[in-house]
Design a protein around this ligand. Sequence first.
Ligand code: G3P
Ligand code: CA
Length: 348
Amino acid sequence: MQRFQTLICPIFGAIAMSIVLGAFQPATAVAQSDEKVVVAHRGASGYLPEHTLAAKAMAYAMGADYIEQDVVMTKDDELLVIHDTTLDRTTDVAEKFPGRARADGKFYVVDFTLAEILTLNVSEGFRIEGGQKRANYGSRFPVGKSVFKMHTLAQEIELIQGLNQSMGRNVGIYPELKSPAFHAQNGKDLGRAVLEVLKDYGYTKKSDKVFVQTFEFDELKRVHDELMPELGIDLSLVQLIGGRESAWMRSEAGVKEIAAYADGVGPEKSMLIDEGSTPGNVKINDFVSLAHANGMQVHPYTFRLDEGQLPDFANSFEQMLDIYLFDVGIDGLFTDFPDRAVEFIRSR
Ligand code: G3P
Ligand code: CA
């Protein structure tokens, strides 16, 4: 822990303190609508490298209601906050540990200890083109600049709970179980380990500000039916929905079955509005109504400002938010730009 603090302090101190102090507003002024929640997707990832503590502190200062953690397990069973099960897209692992890739050429978190992972530098997401690192989002924080490190789920919870104390707010957490079946194949019980950490940090009941999310239907059901009863906790659960294979989850029968164990659904946002929609002619389907009729909230992902991310039916980021929040009727959203969503909701 001491080593981690030494590594992260310079960048975290410089960025987080200035942001937190600069953006501070009294608790009463930053209260969000009870009905529309802003989830900072991987932190304020539109501005700082995703899933760094700096990006989480920035999201906190911007007034997000919840801050998201994607969680993957290391070789030594530590819970790492990272989106991918591999280290390739966001770190310098290929330079630091050549020869440690699997046969598919990728470097898996599950093959590295936490101590090894903490030697890596984290950057904005990139791809390799012509032997060079090219940013996936060209207008975001530059790849390879400054110093960012990874951290564990417990360390991030301590950051958020610490800020809750010092700022007088109650910002929630939104951990995702990343690829539980892959973890099981590698001898890891990710779901149980995450729930144990949540319990250790006081998240035990639905009124606590946490949503546990995953794409894997069987695992969320196991969390509800087996793991939470065993641990004596009862948390709010969100079933993520993505990809073409999800048609059943979006059907009436599917929604009813999900509602038997989940408190909400997190669909990819394009699933809620039919193709061919244009400004002034937005074709909203019945999924949100169906979810609401079955007692579930709807928190779609991911709302982005970057070039090429606006749907055809919206002329601006704010118009897109307006349509989804107040015409489609979603209850909250995941965004890489929490400041813009918070400001928009406040203005309404
Ligand atoms: O968890 C909601 C959203 O983050 C799902 O997409 O791939 O960014 O984890 P992904
Ligand atoms: Ca996620």
